[in-house]
Ligand binder design. Structure first.
Ligand SMILES: Cc1cc2nc3c(=O)[nH]c(=O)nc-3n(C[C@H](O)[C@H](O)[C@H](O)COP(=O)(O)OP(=O)(O)OC[C@H]3O[C@@H](n4cnc5c(N)ncnc54)[C@H](O)[C@@H]3O)c2cc1C
Length: 510
């Protein structure tokens, strides 16, 4: 491959415009570096993308976000980016932003703020006051140990010690009480991290629960506004963002530094530093497997990813279904850790239900999203197909039928939760593991990337630095997934290039 000597050399070339890539670009552009973001899709944002179908707007990978109350960590990060006051958000119900619902129809509200959350649960389980208080105290204790989540810096290491990382979520919750229902209520939103009974660490549960308890909001008319507002800040600081730019390879100098990335169409982008927002396993493929030590390559490429999803989107007839200012985590089985190990007869046993807030329909829901688990193996027979808006393809009639059959199963289930809902539905469509694989550019459509594992916590932590001196990583596979986790990962990535004490001070002062 030829390198183009006359081309501009950027301080930073960022591969992928997911939240992690955009957040790095924003931080670095604001710090005065020249940045370019290269995105393979026709739309920026990765999981923040929205699309319109049947005249409704649908989110692909952000339904609600926590930590947005004044002074909370994500609110401060967004203020520092200069986007907080530009985002159109709707605060979810104070007395129930999430509802954990079981097959017998009983439901349990998660209220906003630790005090209200605690009191609401104690009202449900008056004999379990000690267990509920110990649970809340432990969440606060564990979250305190993550400096950046508390807007503090620490030494080099932003990863925690084994005692914190090795505590298993299911086991810790089970140790608090013999009351099975309370155990299941406390872990009832574990779809948020695709919880696996013998693997998910408690710190993952704790960071996510604390985040949502600290101000849960929906994005009005879709979550892509985060990406749009960030892109404006990047451009205002001289940065560039290009779509339809799929990075496929890299060229190196004699010292083993990347000099430029190569796109699918042969175009090249030169840079001093490179940041990959793409799954680390795919990053290794792009930057050349022979450039990485076998031990690293084998570890990263053999890491288990979280399960994928089957996401059903419903469009309602006008004014037929009231907007819900809360989400529902529905479990058709008693054991909330069991829904992920489904079989064909009982699927779907666990799913998340949300009605996006659309300004023009207000008190009525325009649509509903239902997210349930699906193993990528279920769509393996169509894995040699590819289809995105940027690169359209057909997967065939059998695939379409597969989707219709699965949609029908989900709709039959949702009818149990909302009797009569079927008559209110104007149209239905769905996304499978292949949809996520193709749009995000990972290998299996995994929901949240690398699965954290309390049995071998260090193995599932990936450093932002790589063996290639000027190649760095960011995004949901580093640190944590979710809007908050990925934003934190971007700061960790950028700490290699900016004075972290000063940066944290800027965030606090924002
Ligand atoms: C169904 C679903 C629901 C979710 N709901 C929520 C929620 O309600 N709240 C929440 O906080 N989080 C939620 N998440 C998680 C959250 O959306 C993600 O953790 C986060 O957005 C991931 O950001 P990222 O920076 O890792 O990048 P990604 O979003 O993974 O983006 C990576 C980008 O890299 C691009 N790319 C890949 N390969 C190449 C290449 N070769 N060249 C150029 N570009 C490339 C991709 O096109 C993509 O744009 C959800 C996730 C899913 C899947």
């Amino acid at each position: 491959m030829q390198s183009s000597v006359l081309q501009k050399e950027y301080d930073f070339v960022i591969i992928g415009s997911g939240l992690g890539g955009l957040a790095c670009a924003t931080i670095l552009a604001m710090e005065g570096f020249s940045v370019v973001v290269l995105e393979k899709n026709h739309q920026i944002g990765g999981h923040l993308q929205v699309y319109s179908k049947h005249k409704s707007i649908f989110d692909t990978g952000v339904h609600y976000v926590g930590s947005l109350d004044d002074g909370e960590n994500l609110s401060q990060f967004f203020k520092y980016f200069g986007i907080l006051d530009k985002l159109k958000m709707k605060r979810m119900d104070d007395d129930q932003f999430d509802v954990i619902r079981f097959q017998d129809g009983s439901q349990y509200a998660y209220a906003q703020g630790f005090n209200r959350f605690r009191e609401t649960l104690i009202n449900h389980f008056p004999d379990e006051k000690v267990a509920i208080e110990t649970y809340c105290d432990k969440i606060i204790e564990i979250c305190e140990k993550f400096p950046l989540f508390n807007l503090r810096v620490s030494g080099e290491n932003y990863q925690m010690d084994g005692d914190v990382m090795g505590l298993n979520a299911h086991d810790f919750i089970a140790s608090l009480t013999e009351n099975e229902r309370l155990r299941n209520v406390l872990a009832g939103s574990n779809l948020l991290y695709a919880g696996v009974r013998d693997k998910t660490p408690f710190y993952v549960h704790a960071l996510i629960m604390k985040s949502y308890l600290s101000g849960s909001y929906k994005f009005i008319d879709g979550g892509s506004q985060i990406a749009i507002q960030m892109s404006k800040v990047i451009r205002a600081h001289g940065g560039a963002i290009y779509k339809h730019k799929k990075v496929v390879a890299a060229n190196y100098d004699g010292a083993g530094n990347v000099t430029e990335v190569v796109l699918e169409n042969g175009e090249t982008f030169r840079g001093k530093q490179f940041i990959s927002n793409v799954h680390p396993s795919v990053t290794i493929d792009i930057f050349g497997a022979d450039r990485f030590l076998n031990v690293y390559k084998n570890r990263v490429q053999s890491l288990e990813n979280s399960i994928s999803t089957f996401l059903v989107h419903i469009t309602f007839h006008e004014k037929s279904f009231e907007y819900l200012n809360y989400n529902i985590y529905q479990h058709h089985i008693e054991d909330v850790w069991g829904g992920i190990d489904y079989d064909q007869e009982t699927w779907p046993q666990t799913y998340f239900v949300c009605t996006p807030y659309i300004s023009k329909t207000g008190q009525y829901a325009d649509s509903m999203s239902i997210m349930t688990y699906m193993n990528s193996a279920e769509t393996a027979q169509w894995s040699d197909t590819f289809n995105t808006a940027a690169e359209q393809g057909q997967r065939g009639a059998a695939y379409e039928q597969f989707k219709k059959d699965k949609e029908a199963k989900v709709l039959a289930r949702i009818e149990e939760v909302f009797p009569g809902i079927s008559a209110k539905i104007k149209a239905v469509h769905s996304a499978t593991p292949l949809t996520f694989r193709d749009y995000i550019g990972n290998k299996d459509g995994s929901l949240y990337g690398v699965l954290k594992n309390s049995n071998s916590p260090a193995r599932t932590q990936i450093n932002t630095k790589t063996r290639i001196p000027n190649l760095h990583l960011t995004g949901q596979n580093i640190s944590m997934h979710g809007i908050l986790g990925v934003t934190v990962s971007a700061f960790v990535t950028c700490f290699s290039f900016v004075d972290k004490e000063k940066l944290i001070q800027k965030i606090k002062n924002a």
